[in-house]
Design a binder for this molecule. Structure first.
Ligand code: DC
Length: 230
């Protein structure tokens, strides 16, 4: 059995994990796995069913009716919720906040663990999330903890939303980020924290290219296969 090479990237909301991970995956010829998208897809299901975020019993029960699949089209990840491609509609603040609230429950996390681990067993992956280096892929050869100041993360989100024509005040976004950070780092099961052997990168004053370079450098030092020919 061939052993795959795995890069785990954890960090708080808005740290730029997905942008960076997607670019690193393209450079290395790896598969990019966005685990937040899986939690968001589950959140969409709960929102549609009108299940309250506090209703652990209802959410746990509903997990039994959910099937999440991942498909790749031209290297782009698609999340399939019970046969429906929800990749577009999971990208709202509502889905993100609901995902953060529901991901505290064991039934929700358990539902996605095998899927995530199997993807990493079958391909070289760069996987981002909150608990990848600590829980999902504790043996990942390279682990990165990517963060940035709350203000910088809020500003990035603000610009992202503005580009999509969605207007929200910067202070409101910052407040959301603080709440999400608190929930993601304080939950009982698989909280966001830096793995002991993770490389810490604060991207507040770094360009995207610098962060990509730092991650590829860290992976190369840890035996990552050479990048695919461009
Ligand atoms: O990365 P994101 O914003 O798409 O993630 C949405 C929420 O999903 C995040 O606030 C917490 C949860 N999540 C998680 O608990 N574990 C992961 N590995 C990924 C996301």
């Amino acid at each position: 059995m061939s052993v795959t090479y795995n890069i785990a990237i954890d960090g708080p909301a808005g740290a730029g994990k997905s942008t960076i991970a997607r670019a690193v995956a393209a450079k290395l010829g790896f598969v990019y796995v966005d685990t937040g998208a899986m939690y968001r897809a589950m959140a969409v299901y709960f929102l549609r069913k009108g299940i309250a975020r506090e209703d652990e019993a209802g959410i746990s029960e509903a997990c039994k009716d959910i099937r999440i699949d991942i498909r790749y089209e031209n290297g782009v990840q698609h999340v399939i919720l019970n046969g429906e491609d929800v990749s577009g509609i999971i990208r709202t603040e509502e889905a993100g906040n609901m995902a953060s609230a529901c991901s505290v429950y064991g039934a929700v996390r358990q539902k996605l663990l095998n899927l995530q681990q199997n993807l990493a067993k079958t391909s070289n992956v760069i996987m981002d999330g909150r608990d990848i280096g600590t829980c999902v892929l504790p043996d990942a050869q390279t682990k990165i903890y990517l963060t940035a100041s709350v203000r910088v993360r809020a500003l990035r989100r603000y610009k992202e939303l503005a580009e999509k024509g969605q207007e929200r005040s910067l202070d409101e976004i910052e407040q959301d980020i603080r709440e999400r950070d608190y929930r993601d780092t304080h939950r009982e099961i698989a909280p966001l924290k830096q793995a002991e052997d993770a490389v810490y990168i604060d991207s507040s004053d770094m360009t995207i290219a610098q962060v990509i370079g730092a991650i590829i450098g860290a992976a190369a030092e840890r035996g990552c296969p050479a990048p695919a020919q461009e």
